[in-house]
Design a binder for this molecule. Sequence first.
Ligand code: PLP
Length: 397
Amino acid sequence: MDHAAIAALEDRHSSGGVTRRPVTITRAVGARMWDANGNEYVDCAAAHGWAALGHGHPEVNEAIATQLRSIATLTESSYNDQRARWFGALAELFASTLGTTARGAITRIHPCNSGTEAVEAALKFARVATGRTDFVAAHRGFHGRTLGALSATGTSGYRTPFEPLLPGFQHVTFNDAAALESAITDQTAGVILEVVQGEGGVHLADWDYLRTARQLCDEQGALLIIDEIQTGLGRTGQWFACEHLGVAPDIIVLGKALGGGIPMGAACWREGLGTFASGAHGSTFGGNPLACAASLAVLHVLTRDRLPERATLLGAGVLAELHAAQAKCVREVRGLGLMIGVELRQRVTPVLQELLKRGVWALPAGPNVLRLLPPLTISEDDLERAIGTIVDVLRAS
Ligand code: PLP
């Protein structure tokens, strides 16, 4: 089938919820993708943020292939060697990055199949752990599209068509500590925040903001839920973005990069908070050995190849180049590690379309922000080429 036939078939049957770009991607390796017509693209989106190691990383592929020869899918209703190893590896990572505070280390892990499911689990768990039902979240925050996660999401465009959503959610201005203080009460089960708002425009939490959130949660007995689905696992230059600010959450939610391309998410919380009662939460595919094997390979490669450090190094270079470009259409450049936003004085769609024509795949973050999330493994040549093209396109816009 050629691109026209494929597009016609997809358009005939798709649910319509996701707008497609006018290309058919058929193959990808590392940070490069190819379409059905043989055109090449540098993937500066890491396929919406999951491909931290790039596409088809050989060690992840090998782990998947090996695991397929024993068992692929198995619920948590029996024990499994891969799942046990993965639980252990993740708990060790939390201990070495987020530490073991007086509040206790993050040791409890609910495995699931996407970011939004991880958020659902976090919200349910916060309710049972505190016996409360209220949540505080931020305007422009994005936490997913299922009804619970959507209730936490702070952009009206996503929410309004599906209201009424869950009761008890209050949204406050991001980075406004006073607004947080008036919203968090002794009825608050949890406060859910991103450290860098991704979908909402690549906005970084202020230095003191998360610490204030931590302190207010402690004072009111609420749980601090940090959504690291996009920022986690090295993207911002630390394993977890909250490390930049020295704040440890009660619950952390992960997704995207976690499964190395196999759908996977996780909601993870502090030891002292307890566990779900038997039967209170679960998933057919959550914690399946295939995803756990892939994720173990991801964690291994990220550690061995010091990819969080590489994100810091490459990200600093990209930020410097974008700042130096002085394109008239650019209002602000911001970012942390390899999570970069370029706020434009105009809509981003024409810029994305021009980039696509010139072989660079990037993302929007709201109507006027260009978002870059390249694989942490991208070669310096590919990154240089992509940023050169981006600078050219911005200067001409
Ligand atoms: N939370 C954040 C911060 C995200 O960026 C996303 C996805 O973009 C989600 C949650 C939802 O994850 P998923 O698309 O895997 O359901």
